[in-house]
Design a protein. Structure first.
Length: 303
């Protein structure tokens, strides 16, 4: 089969394959393209039927793309240098631990030598913040199974700036000598602490449940349902309960810390995760015809 590779950007003909099997997959086309242009390794390549069309998955065969013509035209887009998803996650999650501990352990560097002793709540907030990101690191290493192997390398800088930058602003005010503790004292702080821990456990339970849906080494997708773990009951109400628990964690952390920057971080995260959840919810409903209709995206009964 004749396959022409055309640039998405300039529409110029880049390469022609005259003898590809009709049973060849897009993944095999990528391998063949790399042999001709070694710079473009498979994870850097994107092929589609139209310049602005959807990217074809590696499993799609050329035979399934036949359009009644003796040749197939594929549009090529360079996705740019790639990096492993796990590398990005480990980098963006490790940074906040070191940044926060710098403010907590070395206040004289940040605030000067006259910094006062920390309020007891400050110590607990440090434990909660560090615990959250240690949990994320361990989940990245031992729990998550990634459907995509790589992402653009610029994401490692963009994501790190987001997480590290917010951490610096949050840590600055919580560890400041003039920090004002929770207005309603222990009731506010420890009540919020229980909520924070509840959401952290719920988030972990959802990640484990999602991991168990996908056999190792596969890209299989299934409808998620509650398991024997009571924290997963939220699957009955929303498509992305991991995001629900994550947003809840930062809302409770904001109540514990009573700082503006914690609230800004919680709001920014909530907006981003709501957008992700809505997109995933739509994909679930499109992919699975029997997907539960009563579910919302992230907030039960509302969104």
């Amino acid at each position: 089969m004749k396959v022409e590779i055309v640039s998405c950007r300039t529409k110029e003909l880049l390469l022609t394959f005259d003898d590809l099997s009709i049973y060849a997959t897009i993944g095999e086309v990528k391998d063949a393209y790399e042999k001709q242009k070694p710079k473009y390794y498979p994870s850097r390549q994107s092929f589609r039927l139209e310049p602005r069309g959807r990217m074809l998955s590696d499993e799609v065969t050329l035979r399934s793309l036949e359009l009644g013509t003796p040749k197939i035209q594929l549009y090529f887009k360079d996705l740019g240098p790639q990096v492993q998803w796990k590398t990005v996650f480990l980098t963006e999650y490790a940074g906040p631990i070191f940044v926060y501990l710098l403010f907590y352990l070395q206040p004289s560097i940040i605030y000067g030598s006259n910094s006062e002793p920390k309020h007891p709540y400050v110590h607990m907030l440090c434990v909660c913040f560090v615990f959250h990101y240690v949990k994320r690191l361990l989940e990245t290493q031992f729990v998550h199974r990634f459907s995509n192997g790589t992402m653009p390398i610029q994401n490692i800088f963009k994501n790190s700036i987001y997480y590290w930058g917010f951490t610096a602003t949050i840590a600055y005010f919580i560890n400041h000598p003039l920090y004002t503790p929770a207005y309603f004292g222990d009731a506010q702080f420890y009540g919020s602490l229980l909520g924070f821990l509840f959401c952290q456990l719920g988030n972990y339970a959802i990640h484990v449940a999602l991991r168990n849906l996908r056999p190792e080494g596969s890209k299989e997708r299934k409808i998620p349902f509650p398991t024997s773990n009571p924290f997963t009951i939220l699957f009955n109400f929303v498509s992305c309960p991991n995001y629900t628990y994550e947003v809840g964690s930062w809302m409770f952390f904001t109540l514990m810390s009573q700082t503006v920057m914690s609230a800004v971080f919680a709001l920014a995260g909530a907006l981003q995760m709501t957008a992700w959840a809505i997109k995933k919810h739509k994909n679930y409903r499109k992919e699975f015809k029997d997907y539960p209709r009563g579910r919302k995206s992230i907030i039960p009964f509302l969104v």
